[in-house]
Unconditional design. Structure first.
Ligand code: DQA
Length: 155
């Protein structure tokens, strides 16, 4: 069964206790369960990873890019946290590994501080889900699965 990678960047391990007025009270373990259900509805398994370290995230993007090319993975739902706004290296990794990515943000970053308005990830993302709370992860999995099916139908 092919997989979908759900990748979370820095501080998302604090979900549930970090700024609940912005990010809600759902924990990352709850999000993982939601993602496993959503993936299962599309006949996929969810591979769930979180790291506070940019290099580790880059290594996973490379690994899963290769697995996507091998047909073992349909791509990734990626919440890069604050690296969204800073990381040329993650931009280059996604582009270089050709990993299909749906960028996902729990909060509406465009309603927040100006430094959150720019994303280095968006230009290399297949799609973007912003501001739907943690249900955005499920919407992003649905969207990535739809894009994947569309690609298969037209090839
Ligand atoms: C976030 C938004 C980022 O600006 C922030 O640094 C995060 C979480 C979100 O999911 O809304 O860590 O990616």
């Amino acid at each position: 069964m092919p997989s979908v990678l759900v990748l979370n960047g820095p501080n998302l391990n604090l979900l549930g206790t970090r700024k609940p007025e912005v990010y809600g009270s759902t924990t990352l373990a709850d999000v993982e369960a939601m993602c496993r259900d959503a993936a299962g509805r599309h006949g996929l398994t969810a591979e769930f990873r979180q790291s506070n370290h940019e290099g580790q995230l880059i290594d996973w993007v490379h690994e899963f890019g290769a697995r996507a090319k091998a047909g073992e993975c349909i791509g990734a739902v990626f919440n890069p946290g604050a690296y969204t706004h800073t990381s040329v290296a993650l931009h280059d990794a996604i582009e270089g590994a050709e990993l299909p990515v749906v960028e996902c943000h729990i909060s509406n970053v465009h309603k927040r501080e100006a430094f959150r308005h720019h994303s280095f990830i968006s230009p290399v993302a297949r799609g973007i889900v912003v501001g739907f709370g943690v249900r955005g992860y499920v919407l992003a999995i649905d969207g990535l699965a739809a894009l994947h099916e569309e690609g298969r139908a037209s090839s």
